[in-house]
Design a protein around this ligand. Sequence first.
Ligand SMILES: [Fe+2]
Length: 317
Amino acid sequence: MSENDENKTNDLIKIKIGHLIKFAHNFQGIEVHVLVSGKFIKMNYGNEQFVDILKKLQEKKLEEVYINQVDCKRIMAEIQQVISSKSATDQNKMQSSENSLEIMKAFVTQMGVTKEAIDILNTINKNTLGVLQHSQNLMDWIKRFKTQCSDEFLKSILTSYLCCRIIDQFPWSSTSIKEKSCLASVLCDINLSKEDFAALKDYEENGTQISDKLKQHPLEIIKILSARKDIVSSETIVIIEQHHERPDGSGFPYGIQGPRFNQLSTIFIVSQQFINQLVKCNFDYQQRKTILETVYEVYRGKNFDKAISALVTVVNN
Ligand SMILES: [Fe+2]
């Protein structure tokens, strides 16, 4: 190992070792640093294998390492190549998509959004929705992947899927508008940790309090995205801004009410809420009528009527 002469925090990106290992064959040999007593130490592989060193660090209870920003572009190109493979099995597509999303979370939150990142997120959506659409039915897809993917990842895909089906109920439906909504689904919680997801789940299901910082997470993402309005649409940004708002004003971050809801946001919100409830009842689709009633109870109101009516049509078909 060699110690850095100066603090390179600005040039280094923190990344979970587990994520590097999952794509190890693509990252082989990149410069890796560990943070020891406030100083960055560059790893020296010597004769050891890249993965073996990373695993040894994990055994020492180290969860994260640091990589150079300049390597992130190459890594994104590698990821895009892996997830664009036409020969990948459904299982491989799902696994590489979830791993890629985890890596993109680290890159986007620390480096901002780039065209390469958006391309990867769009490919992830295309792949996962493709696997879902090729499955015999929704329940078959859930059965295949619910033990292999995290609930957060499945929620994101299912929200995208439901959103697209609801949008198709409207005469203005288009591929472009569906892509913008799906992009909101993978970006809306990109800055949240596993602990944040657990706290939000408790808030949604049991009404427990969440921190003010967590309530600000839509605005933090918007700040990142607004710097690149040339590659992220205003529709995607508004959906993310409003995805935790409620028609009675009890949502966050602004507690908006009534006409300030965008139509696409209402579709996204009711989709997300339906899926949250579906996950809560362990994906038991037989309970869909009860779930619809629960969603209607919270989200009824003039601005949500069209979205809820379309949701009912989609779920009952
Ligand atoms: Fe969120």
